[in-house]
Design a protein around this ligand. Structure first.
Ligand SMILES: [Fe+2]
Length: 374
């Protein structure tokens, strides 16, 4: 028991150190590694309906994550009334499981359409400036956080000591995003369903906007062994017709080009939004490849699974995605990114877990495999 208490005391002081480091980062806007805690367990998730029970937080907290990444649709705001938006955040803030999570580890967040304020919304959402401040208030950004005075909620932090550092880059895929284009809703026999959007190839359309693109290029120069890039919606999967980077093919290609040109190793993508989960991989020898396998874990939803499949009791199914590895999981879920730094060649495990914490999807990679060839 004493040993156990000592362990907990150590764990609590370690977590306090991480929390302090995050507060320091937010206060300074600095991206240097100021915390020496080795990060080996990150959890993440998306799509949480604030007016429904969220029991999955208990499972996430039991796993003792060192950081939690909230990847968007953190609430379903869906309003032009900022008082309603605030009240919906307050409902999330009162969820007992989410309160426990905040006592466990730092929470870093980006948003998607519903927490920006409207379904499938982008740059045209009229209250995005106000929504940004409400988001920053809820996630306790300091008064001098640079996101208070610039447009967009994209952010970056580095955790861990030199040689074992992890950079978290959370993109804002909503504030600047050009309008979607609706089109023919193609159906193939046996293919299930497809969405209503077709690629927008108009000149000048954007996902990130030029300021954020420049910022991302600078972030990729910051020293780090592993770079976790969070995008609210999917990057690789580009044929389902719902929201995705594939709605803007030139921007999707630009992202791969920026990663390729940066020569940054250890990049892993995370995404949400879809009310399904899957792991995909863009292989190094793909014409669009970045020079080594680019893996993407999509985890969604924390408490609102995709209706048609789960009502029928189907947890695993399929959706058109040439890059998917394995199956699509449709029940409630969250993700883990686990790093074994003790291995001579550090091992990264990317997981999707169900509500009980059972691993339902997993991809393993050695850090040496996620490097540009000289
Ligand atoms: Fe969404």
């Amino acid at each position: 028991m004493i040993r156990c208490l000592r362990f907990w005391s150590f764990e609590l002081s370690r977590l306090a150190a991480v929390r302090f480091a995050v507060l320091f980062f937010i206060a300074t806007g600095d991206v240097r590694a100021v915390d020496t805690t080795v990060i080996s367990r990150i959890s993440f998730g998306s799509c949480a309906k604030q007016d429904q029970p969220q029991p999955i937080w208990d499972t996430i907290v039991a796993g003792q994550p060192q950081i939690f990444l909230f990847l968007g649709d953190n609430i379903y705001g869906d309003t032009n009334d900022m008082n309603v938006l605030k009240a919906k955040y307050e409902l999330l803030g009162r969820q007992p499981g989410f309160r426990k999570l905040k006592q466990t580890c730092p929470v870093m967040a980006t948003w998607d359409d519903h927490d920006l304020g409207a379904n499938d919304a982008g740059a045209e959402y009229p209250f995005k400036k106000q929504s940004q401040q409400i988001f920053l208030d809820f996630f306790e950004a300091a008064p001098d956080d640079d996101r208070r005075t610039r447009e967009g909620i994209y952010s970056s932090r580095v955790f861990g000591p030199p040689g074992k550092s992890v950079q978290i880059i959370l993109l804002d895929t909503r504030y600047f995003r050009s309008p979607l284009k609706k089109g023919f809703n193609g159906q193939e026999p046996g293919d299930g369903y497809r969405g209503v959007y077709v690629p927008n190839t108009d000149a000048g359309v954007t996902v990130l906007g030029e300021t954020q693109w420049s910022w991302l290029e600078e972030q990729l120069k910051v020293p780090a062994e592993i770079r976790v890039i969070g995008s609210s919606y999917q990057v690789l999967s580009n044929q389902h017709g719902w929201e995705m980077w594939g709605n803007f093919p030139a921007e999707r290609e630009r992202l791969f080009q920026v990663l390729r040109a940066s020569k940054a190793g250890g990049v892993v993508m995370l995404s949400g939004d879809r009310h399904l989960s899957e792991i995909a991989g863009l292989q190094a020898d793909d014409p669009a490849g970045i020079g080594y396998p680019l893996y993407e874990v999509t985890s969604s939803s924390l408490n609102a699974p995709s209706g048609n499949f789960t009502k029928a009791g189907v947890r695993f199914a399929n959706e058109i995605n040439p890059w998917r590895i394995g199956l699509t999981f449709f029940d409630v879920n969250f993700g883990n990114l686990l790093i074994d730094w003790d291995s001579p060649d550090p091992v990264i495990r990317l997981q999707v877990c169900d509500e009980k914490g059972t691993v339902v999807l997993q991809q393993r990679a050695q850090l040496s495999q996620l490097q540009m060839k000289p």
